[in-house]
Design a protein around this ligand. Structure first.
Ligand SMILES: *Cc1c(COP(=O)(O)O)cnc(C)c1O
Length: 366
């Protein structure tokens, strides 16, 4: 079976480095916010060309802490997309604010920027774009809208580590960019982890305080904070993978283009659109298909995994459906009904790429 993601293949490659790093951390007996965390933050800030990087316990926490540090709270509205993982909207709710969903573009799967202005009210404080599946949002246009209406931009970069557009890395456009190191992400640890980048020194300072129990000085607490820190083992693993991230992302792009070359003209299937102005890092390779259930079953029979990201848009989730009953997002709903993601990871071999595409060609033609 060709899986959606094969973390074992990657581990085989970096095993000796991880094993020796692991014993160094154990020998040091320093487990939380130690030298590896500090080095990782500096290395990521440099890689992403952003002045400050503050790690935390998960991508969800990164979003939550960034919203809290930005002072967003009860009564505020944050404009975002419903075609994303639940954490995007959860974080907005954690600070007491309200997510306002706008529709997506059918081609990019990202928020339709042309719909944002109509969604702005006097309560709107921020916009939270998601660079979904690794495709960067047109952030220059979004910056223009945000500054015209004096709104903050907080980017959900959980799927877009290393993606860039107009010469800037995702995460570097807004007040804050929030990353996840969940194991299956482009840059993933072997457990949970997250990080916020920001150009604002004040914001970085606030994030450091919030992630560590509202404390600047040990055992002195001036605000209610959180326990949301990265540990040394994760930081060590992430440093080893950060050294290789450019190669991993390049290889994902190669896999995507190899898929495209064989799938692009199939009837009943639409290959992913790639913005020629951007650098897409293909966290997922997602097609639109007509008879999705049949296609999935056929792929399974051919030994090829596939998955639906995401079957239920956020405004139709049980937790939100009453509140958003009147909201209609036709493109989001259409895409949610047709989207299908294929195996995507840097270690996919050319043989496996052929197996996947053969299986897809067979699945859509029966
Ligand atoms: C994974 C993900 C998150 C949450 O990250 P965790 O590290 O799992 O908390 C948030 N937003 C998006 C778009 C994600 O894909």
């Amino acid at each position: 079976m060709i899986p959606m993601v094969d973390l074992k293949a990657q581990y085989a490659d970096i095993r000796s480095e991880i094993e020796s790093g692991f014993s160094e951390v154990l020998d040091s007996a320093q487990f939380i916010l130690g030298p590896n965390v500090q080095a990782l933050e500096a290395e990521i800030a440099e890689y992403l060309c952003v002045p400050h990087a503050v790690s935390c316990a998960s991508g969800t926490d990164a979003l939550h802490l960034a919203l809290a540090a930005a002072g967003i709270g009860p009564g505020d509205e944050v404009i975002t997309t419903a075609f994303t993982f639940i954490a995007t909207a959860e974080a907005i709710r954690y600070v007491g604010a309200t997510p306002v969903f706008v529709d997506i573009e059918a081609h990019s799967f990202n928020m339709d920027l042309a719909q944002i202005e109509a969604a702005i009210t006097e309560r709107t404080r921020a916009i939270m774009p998601v660079h979904l599946f690794g495709q960067p949002v047109d952030m220059r246009e979004l910056q223009r809208i945000a500054s015209k209406h004096q709104l903050l931009l907080i980017e959900d970069c959980a799927q877009s580590f290393g993606a860039h557009r107009d010469g800037l890395m995702t995460g570097g456009f807004g007040l804050a960019g929030c990353f996840s190191f969940f194991p299956s992400k482009n840059l993933g640890g072997y457990g949970d982890g997250g990080l916020v980048v920001t150009g604002s020194e004040g914001m970085a300072e606030e994030l450091r305080v919030l992630r560590n129990h509202g404390s600047r000085e040990r055992y002195h607490h001036h605000v209610i904070g959180y326990n949301s820190r990265l540990d040394e083992i994760q930081a060590m693993i992430l440093r080893a993978k950060l050294k290789r991230i450019s190669g991993y992302n390049e290889r994902r792009r190669h896999v995507a283009w190899a898929y495209n070359a064989r799938l692009k003209d199939l009837p009943g299937l639409r290959t992913p659109w790639e913005d020629s102005e951007g650098y897409h890092v293909y966290h997922q390779y997602t097609v639109l298909v007509d008879k999705r259930d049949q296609v999935m079953a056929s792929l399974r029979d051919s030994g090829v995994a596939s998955a639906i990201y995401y079957p239920v848009p956020l405004h139709r989730q049980d937790v939100f459906r009453d509140q958003y009953a009147a909201v209609e997002l036709p493109v989001t709903e259409q895409v949610a009904a047709q989207c299908l993601s294929l195996p995507m990871f840097p270690e996919l071999s050319d043989d496996q790429i052929r197996q996947v595409t053969d299986a897809v060609i067979q699945a859509v033609s029966t």
